[in-house]
Design a protein around this ligand. Structure first.
Ligand code: 3PG
Ligand code: MG
Length: 403
């Protein structure tokens, strides 16, 4: 994979760069600008080199047509504040607005084109449709830099096809993410502990399958843990349960046992009658019970204090830790204790601690931790999971090809 330096002198060159500015918004206010901050090193590097910088990014999942609520305008504004220079926002994605904005760029200036997903070609499953859109962007630029790690698992026009049309390189963010994940998967310092949480066990089955081969210990919390508890034969009451995955989970428990690996599950949980996520409230009191004693009408919503200690001890004794997914409904203060305990333990690791993107990255910042307390906070949610599944990521594979 080439890096930006390999592209030669970029002064006066038009550099097209894919970033992941898919940030959480409350109206037009960005509630976590981590992904924009993560793009600053490469953008600053290009700006300082005197390039004309043309940024491609998506926000949300618009369906191939402009929709004001998905405009990347808030990202342009925030990027401008962070980089200390105006960021010009094009009025469209690949039309006359984009052309005019690019034509008006001086050396060292930055433009952001509108949401790439306003164009139906971006996410099209038809190669020729994606290629046609990629051609329009390629016509605006001299070289392409891929720095949106959060989207490298998508075979989309701005991630994959455009790289085939221009000399290309990986930006520093993509390089760093790939370095960290390839180190973790190919040569982890041991013990190697993986902490998984989040609601849906089905989303994590492929990760568990791959990491069961590589890790020494899998720590499982969050909504997905109840399917594992059910696989052990426990009653999980009204907790989240994925019946269709119970047999698969039984298989993982058996594999772990046979191969001397450890799967740590909650030994106690925090339960309540229910919750109102939108209102951020819990129904009735939150109680702690043993993991095999969840009453039929109660749901587990966080790991319990014994489990916090069990998980924290496993994490702190590791030399490599990867964490993806919260331990409970951390958005509700009373149910954030387990996630907070895991985050705290990660800050105490004497080795490499990696926080997977998405909810876990947002959680550690919301809990008040500084990014520097962790070895690496990934900007990729789905991308980091697919990496951990051992899959080939189209947006990385294409960078490893010629051009
Ligand atoms: C993300 O938020 O995980 C990335 O920006 C990718 O977005 P997507 O899941 O909508 O492709
Ligand atoms: Mg996503």
């Amino acid at each position: 994979m080439k890096s930006v330096q390999d592209l030669g002198d970029l002064k006066g060159k038009r550099v097209l760069i894919r970033c992941d500015f898919n940030v959480p918004l409350d109206g037009e206010t960005i509630t976590d600008d981590g992904r924009i901050r993560a793009a600053l090193p490469t953008l600053t590097q290009l700006k300082d080199a005197g390039a004309k910088v043309i940024v491609l990014a998506h926000l949300g999942r618009p369906k191939g047509a402009p929709e004001p609520k998905y405009s990347v305008a808030p990202a342009a504004k925030r990027l401008g504040e962070l980089i200390g220079a105006e960021v010009k926002l094009a009025s469209d994605t690949a039309g006359p607005g984009a052309e005019a904005t690019v034509a008006g760029l001086a050396d060292g200036e930055i433009a952001l084109l509108e949401n790439v997903r306003f164009e139906p070609g971006e996410t099209s499953k038809v190669d020729a449709e994606r290629e046609a859109l990629a051609q329009k962007w390629a016509a605006l630029a001299d070289v392409f830099v891929s720095d949106g790690f959060g989207v490298v698992h998508r075979k989309q026009a701005s991630v994959y096809d455009v790289a085939k049309l221009l000399p290309h390189a990986a930006g520093t963010l993509v390089k760093k993410e790939v370095d960290v994940f390839s180190k973790v998967l190919s040569d982890p310092d041991r013990p190697f502990v993986v902490v998984l949480g989040g609601a849906k066990v089905a989303d994590k089955l492929a990760v568990i399958e791959n990491l069961l081969k590589l890790a020494d210990t899998l720590v499982i919390g969050g909504g997905m843990a109840y399917t594992f508890l059910a696989a052990k034969g426990y009653q999980v009451g009204a907790s989240l349960l994925d019946e269709a995955s119970i047999e698969t989970c039984k298989g993982y428990l058996a594999t772990a046992e046979a191969e001397g690996k450890q799967i740590l599950l909650p030994v106690d949980v925090r339960i309540a009658s229910g919750m109102d996520f939108a209102a951020r409230t819990v129904d009735g009191p939150v109680e702690v019970v043993a993991a095999d004693a969840i009453p039929a009408d109660k749901m587990g919503l966080d790991i319990g204090p014994e489990t916090e200690k069990l998980f924290a001890d496993a994490i702190k004794s590791a030399k490599t830790v990867v964490w993806n997914g919260p331990m409970g409904v951390f958005e509700i203060a009373e149910l954030a204790k387990g996630t907070a305990a895991v985050a705290q333990a990660l800050t105490e690791v004497d080795g490499l601690s990696v926080v997977g993107g998405g909810d876990s990255a947002a959680a550690v910042r919301e809990l008040g931790h500084d990014d520097s307390a962790f070895g690496h906070i990934s900007t990729g949610g789905g991308a980091s999971l697919e990496y951990l599944e051992g899959k080939e990521l189209p947006g990385i594979a294409v960078l490893e090809e010629g051009n």
